[in-house]
Design a protein. Sequence first.
Length: 153
Amino acid sequence: MSAFSHLDDQGAARMVDVSGKDVTVRSATAVGRVDLSADCLAQLADLPKGDVLATARIAGIMAAKRTPDLVPLCHPIALHSVTVDLAVDASGISIQATARTADRTGVEMEALTAVVVAALTVIDMTKAVDPSGTVTGVRVVEKTGGASGSWRP
């Protein structure tokens, strides 16, 4: 019925069976950003909730480790590395997360989860100064490993 891997022949949701796949080194990188007002960016270092970038970085790493608890059909995998980098620019904060494993399935969801939760943490910590903060552009920009090999848009 469908080429969607998480749907069976009748269209019902299912967890993909990865038991027959080889264990390979896999990585995925995702990006996103939080658009913030100039006033908020100017005050960023002095916000009363603390170090926004460090808190968002830790939140993103923690979230990547909890991805299968948040995304119902996502496999629990052993993460070997998660990095979350945040950079302030003239209109907001850019976020990039890379997740790595040696397992039977990829880590795209973990990288995406890291970016989204880091972004939500920025929003939470800046909302008193800028209630219009906006999360944008969340997407996978690279994956490596597995049967399908490397991918970039």
